[in-house]
Design a protein around this ligand. Structure first.
Ligand code: HEM
Length: 418
């Protein structure tokens, strides 16, 4: 029998700096039932094979959010008239990462129609320039925080510009995005206080988006939100307002929290492997390889949740209908059956089939953007930092076990070159 406390140990913040030995123990059973405090437990898939198979299985649903139940306010009109309507709207218009076909596919295709490679690649140069500006601002310091000074402002600025969110409104998103990202943490789904907070945050960001969408209809810009608000796709899809709001919120939150961790985990890993840092400095052309290996070795999204909509036989066990499933992408990424010497950080690996961006229907839509933002940041850091040194190793981590990354990464330097 596998140890059913491993998932709880993974969630324990004390294990955040290095959960990988726990993942290795889980991999001894490709799928195992773990105690998460719920009556039926959760089925954790931890090998590359089991995760890949479940990612592509139509019996596995992404509709895992509990029904909306917004907090009562004490005002009877709000609580008994408005609240049920709002709850119904929220239930029917989830962001498409939490939806199954056919709704998922229709919404995703409407976004893809706007998220063209031309529009995305158009931000590449901007991303390079932003990195240089952010590092120029630290020219005279001998110590800085990679999270606050670079890894956070870069993706936030890029996603806001792509979407046409006014620059002065960016700071509002910091708090909103951090709060909403907690919806990816399993415990937040059962914690009433977190759910109430997420509902209030969603209302605030949705109100803001609703106004911005109206504005984009009056004064169309050449940004993505203007396109989504005004255009119909070639297959005749035009998003309704509620889906549009949910989609815009999804893209902004996804564009905030994950790339921060890729850049920060990236610099942390390179500073722990100074030979690789030096190789990247000498040859910036290595960046794509470094980044793919980082997505395998320290993936920003460590796991995702699913639910079985009918019984699934896998690896000698049966996940029952209704069973909660946790796809431990980060464990699959260190599966020796697919990656020789998996605990080694080795950007020269061939044919890396990592799960860092998930797979199948829900494969990360922002992958090209995330890749070049990380490339801009890590190549500039390798080139410009003179004698960089970690001030604290391991650094302090953020609370999340699913979206895992340092809260701060203080680096001491002897200088900042050009
Ligand atoms: C390093 C950065 C990033 C990582 C590691 C990452 C990872 C992931 C993963 C693992 C999934 C799959 C979720 C699932 O299967 O349930 C996903 C989906 C998604 N990502 Fe990313 N992501 C990153 C950056 C971004 C960015 C910058 C954006 C937006 C511009 C974005 C937008 C999305 C969207 C919209 C989905 C949902 C796709 C769907 O359900 O069809 N991501 N991402």
């Amino acid at each position: 029998m596998p140890d059913d406390t491993l998932l709880n140990q993974i969630k324990d913040p004390a294990n955040r700096p290095n959960p990988y030995p726990l993942y290795a123990r889980l991999r001894q059973h490709p799928v195992s039932l773990q105690d998460d405090g719920s009556p039926d437990g959760v089925w954790v898939a931890s090998t590359h094979g089991a995760i890949s198979s479940l990612l592509g299985d139509p019996r596995v649903s992404s509709e895992t959010l509990p029904p909306a139940d917004r907090p009562k306010t004490g005002n009877p009109i709000t609580d008994f008239l408005i609240k049920p309507i709002r709850d119904r709207i929220v239930n029917n218009h989830r962001p498409f990462i939490f939806r199954d076909p056919p709704d998922h596919d229709a919404l995703r295709s409407a976004v893809m129609h706007q998220f063209t490679s031309e529009r995305v690649q158009g931000m590449r140069e901007r991303s390079d320039r932003l990195v240089e500006e952010l590092l120029d601002a630290k020219r005279d310091v001998r110590r800085f925080d990679v999270v606050d000074d670079l890894a956070y402002p870069l993706p936030v600025t890029v996603i806001c510009e792509l979407f046409g969110v006014p620059r002065e409104d960016e700071p509002k998103f910091h708090e909103w995005a951090t709060q909403l990202a907690s919806a990816l943490e399993p415990d937040s789904l059962t914690n009433d206080e977190t759910r109430a907070k997420n509902s209030r945050t969603f209302d605030a960001i949705a109100g803001y988006m609703g106004d911005l969408i109206k504005e984009k209809r009056k004064h169309r810009g050449d940004d993505m939100l203007s396109g989504l608000a005004n255009d119909t796709t070639p297959d005749g899809v035009k998003m309704g307002d509620y889906d549009l709001i949910a989609t815009a919120v999804l893209m902004l939150v996804a564009g905030h929290e994950t790339t921060v961790n890729l850049i920060t985990n990236g610099l942390l890993t390179l500073l722990r492997h100074p030979d690789e840092m030096e190789r990247l400095r000498a040859d910036p052309g290595r960046a794509p390889r470094v980044i793919e290996e980082l997505l395998r070795y320290e993936p920003p999204v460590q796991f995702r949740l699913r639910r079985a909509i009918s019984p699934i036989d896998i690896a000698g066990i049966t996940i029952p209908e209704g069973g909660d499933i946790l796809l431990l992408l980060a464990a699959g990424n260190r599966d020796a059956a697919v990656f020789p010497d998996p605990e080694r950080f080795d950007p020269d690996r061939k044919g890396v089939r990592h799960l860092g961006f998930g797979g199948s229907l829900h494969y990360c839509l922002g992958a090209p953007l995330a890749r070049f933002e990380a490339e801009s940041a890590l190549t500039a850091l390798a080139r410009r930092l003179t004698s960089p040194r970690l001030v604290e190793d391991p650094p302090p981590y953020r609370a999340g076990a699913a979206l895992r990354g340092p809260q701060h990464l203080h680096v001491a330097i002897e200088g900042m070159g050009d």
